[in-house]
Design a protein around this ligand. Structure first.
Ligand SMILES: [Zn+2]
Length: 73
């Protein structure tokens, strides 16, 4: 049951970190809250953010792996 608790807490954290980009028709670029990207691929590659070191990841799997590797305690 301890495992279950940990998963629920991390899910909440990941939700906060998710930073999807929206296409802006005026600028013809993908914009997120923090940055602008010229292509969808670049926007996608930066949609998950580690709140501890500000590093960006394209998938939740990568972010999760990063957190386990660098911020596990
Ligand atoms: Zn980090």
């Amino acid at each position: 049951m301890i495992t279950r608790y940990v998963i629920d807490v991390t899910k909440l954290k990941y939700k906060v970190n998710f930073n999807p980009s929206v296409y802006n028709f005026r600028t013809k670029k993908y914009e997120s809250k923090e940055a602008t990207y010229p292509s969808y691929e670049q926007a996608r590659a930066n949609q998950w953010k580690c709140e501890k070191c500000q590093k960006l990841f394209s998938t939740l799997k990568e972010l999760r792996g990063h957190k386990i590797e660098y911020h596990s305690y």
